[in-house]
Structures are given as structure tokens and as C-alpha cells.
Design a protein around this ligand. Structure first.
Ligand code: AMP
Ligand code: MG
Length: 328
């Protein structure tokens, strides 16, 4: 019997990507193009949409060429249905719908955070971990319990990736700001910033404001970069440790674009070592938004009979704890 092949489309925010995976856990293709806002700006939603519209055909052709297949040979089509920016989401959803109808393929809406988690689990040996999901648009500490990924803690305002991007812009650095802050922080010293953890939730916007004020009053950019990282990452480590204690789980898995940060990895790893827990991090090639994570998660949903039933083709505020799921 031939193995199932799934094509996945990602388009929640800045990245348009198409991945092709098999049920044998092979990632055959993962093509992407990322919209870059001009200096000093965040994502402008209609510009991101225009970018995705412009590149979608080329990305599809490149992905299919890589695997030497055409759409008829694909068994399942999945797409990122949310959460995300509506104009961006619609590009991917409509593209997926078009091909699913034309070639009569099963169409699977995928929850984007769930896909970040599943690609992390696929690429590491983490078993039933506490999930630390940190990206440009999301910040959540998650663990699986009784049929759902449950959110144990989350940001009350800005996601951490966005906080780093906004702070970077205040310092005059280009987007994406996270890697720029990481580089600059290596030369920095600590200046005081607020530390805001409320129960299991976190807040970053006050820290970014305070950092901007300190910078305006003459603090060195490298000191701001260092202090933002130390403060925000310590907050995230504190909440993750509490989630471990509360759930009794033994593994931690770090996923999402911010997972690439070495200082964050170091802080979480040290905390895990001190508690006798195991620390895992998604490989950097799969830490940012990519089509292969959507394809893999679509395939899992199909095989485990957990295809999400959704009323609209996109759900810009879709939460992972609304998706009936299973433990992989
Ligand atoms: P995502 O939304 O998952 O695609 O992740 C994008 C976010 O990850 C952006 O906010 C980036 O600034 C952030 N990011 C990427 N690399 C790093 C890094 N090395 N350190 C901190 N943040 C990062
Ligand atoms: Mg993402």
C-alpha cells in the first residue's frame, strides 16, 4: 500500500510556506517566503496578504518540483486556519480550498499552535512534555490533559516575540528583532526593568515601555537588550517551572520562533537540570512558521480521526484548548 502524503499550507502572519510530508515521518519539501516590513514598522496586514498572494504559486510549484509530484498524487491538503491575521489566513485557506475542490482531496483545517507543538514532538524525543510555545503572535505554557492541550499560563498582553520585535524597533534595529536583541545582549549589563508575573500569566508590554523610556534617557542599547532578555526569560522560566511542579510532568519542550534564542534555552535547560526534568527544543529549521508543521499535523488529525470541525474557513482567534486532540 502506498503511504499517505499530505500537503500543508501556512499563512497565519508574515510567512507563506508549503510543506509536503508522508505518514512515514518524512518531510519531503518545505518551501517558504517571508514578508519583511520596512524599517521601523511591524507587520502591515494588507502588505502581508499581498506578499502571500504574490508568492503562493511559486512556492507551490517549488514544493511540488522538489518531490516530483503533482497535486493529483497528494492525498490530503491541510492549512493553517488560525489563530492569525485574517488577511494572511484567507490567502492560505482559499488556496487550500481551491485545490481540495478541484482535485477532490480531504481538506483539514489545522490549529497553528498545535502544529508548532507536533513538529517539535516529531523532531525530538520529548514525551508528554510541558510545552513552552513562544512566537511572534503567541506566548503560552501548555500541557496535555484529558483530550485537549490545556493552557496553564499565557501572556496578558503582548506575545514575547512581538515584545522583542517592538523593543528592537525602539532601539532602531531591523525586523525580526528577536535575533538582533540576542546578538546585542551578549555585550550588555543589567539595568532594572519591571518583572511581571501574575499567577501563571505574564505581561510584557510594561517592560517594553520601561525599556524604551530608559533608552530615551540614555541607557546603552546593549544594556537594554540584555536586561529585556534576562527579565522576560526569567519570567517564562518561573512559570514553566511551576507548570512542571503542578502537572508532575518530566519533560519540557520549547517551540515557536523564539525557541531559537540560545540564552532562553540555557535558562530553561538549567531550571530543568535543577529539577531533574528533561529539556528539549525544536530544531531551528522548524522553530519558525513552516508548511511542514501544518502538513504533519494535518496528517496526524486524519490518522487519529481528529479533523477539527469548524464553522468558518478561518478562525483568527482559535485557541488550542478548543481543539479535541490526542496524546502523541
Ligand atoms: P514565529 O511567529 O513563530 O514565526 O516566530 C517569529 C518570532 O520569533 C519573531 O518575533 C522573532 O523576533 C522571534 N525570534 C526569531 N529568532 C529569535 C531569537 N534568536 N531570539 C529571540 N526571538 C527570536
Ligand atoms: Mg508561529
Amino acid at each position: 500500500m502506498s503511504k499517505l502524503i499530505c500537503l500543508g499550507i501556512e499563512s497565519t502572519a508574515h510567512t507563506f510556506s508549503i510543506g509536503i510530508v508522508t505518514e512515514n515521518e518524512e518531510i519531503l519539501a518545505d518551501e517558504k517566503s517571508t514578508y519583511k516590513p520596512s524599517l521601523g514598522k511591524g507587520i502591515v496586514p494588507h502588505e502581508a496578504r499581498d506578499h502571500h498572494e504574490k508568492v503562493k504559486k511559486k512556492i507551490l510549484e517549488e514544493a511540488l518540483r522538489k518531490v516530483n509530484l503533482n497535486l493529483e498524487n497528494i492525498d490530503i491538503i491541510s492549512y493553517s486556519a488560525g489563530p492569525g491575521l485574517p488577511p494572511s489566513l484567507l490567502v492560505g485557506a482559499n488556496f487550500a480550498l481551491e485545490f481540495a475542490n478541484k482535485y477532490r482531496k480531504t481538506l483539514i483545517p489545522v490549529n497553528h499552535p498545535c502544529a508548532h507543538i507536533e513538529i517539535g514532538k516529531l523532531k525530538t524525543n520529548a514525551k508528554d512534555p510541558v510545552l513552552v510555545y513562544l512566537s511572534g503572535g503567541n506566548t503560552q505554557i501548555i500541557a496535555y490533559a484529558e483530550g485537549y492541550y490545556r493552557i496553564f499560563g499565557e501572556t496578558e498582553d503582548m506575545p514575547i516575540g512581538n515584545a522583542l520585535d517592538v523593543a528592537a524597533r525602539k532601539l532602531g534595529l531591523p525586523m525580526p528583532g528577536g535575533p538582533e536583541i540576542e546578538k546585542l545582549a551578549k555585550k550588555g549589563k543589567y539595568v532594572e526593568l519591571p518583572y511581571i508575573v501574575k499567577g501563571m500569566d505574564l505581561s510584557f508590554s510594561g517592560i517594553v515601555t520601561a525599556a524604551g523610556e530608559k533608552f530615551k534617557r540614555g541607557a546603552r542599547p546593549e544594556d537594554i537588550a540584555y536586561s529585556i532578555q534576562e527579565t522576560c526569560f526569567a519570567m517564562l522560566t518561573e512559570v514553566t517551572e511551576r507548570a512542571l511542579a503542578h502537572t508532575g510532568k518530566e519533560d519540557v519542550l520549547l517551540v515557536g520562533g523564539v525557541a531559537a534564542n540560545k540564552r532562553l534555552q540555557e535558562m530553561l535547560r538549567t531550571m530543568c537540570q535543577e529539577r531533574g526534568a528533561n529539556f528539549f527544543v525544536v530544531p531551528q529549521v522548524y522553530s519558525g512558521d513552516c508548511g511542514s508543521m501544518i502538513a504533519w499535523t494535518g496528517l496526524l488529525a486524519y490518522k487519529h480521526k481528529k479533523i477539527p470541525k469548524i464553522k468558518d474557513k478561518i478562525l483568527p482567534k482559535w485557541r488550542i484548548d478548543q481543539v479535541p486532540w490526542f496524546q502523541t
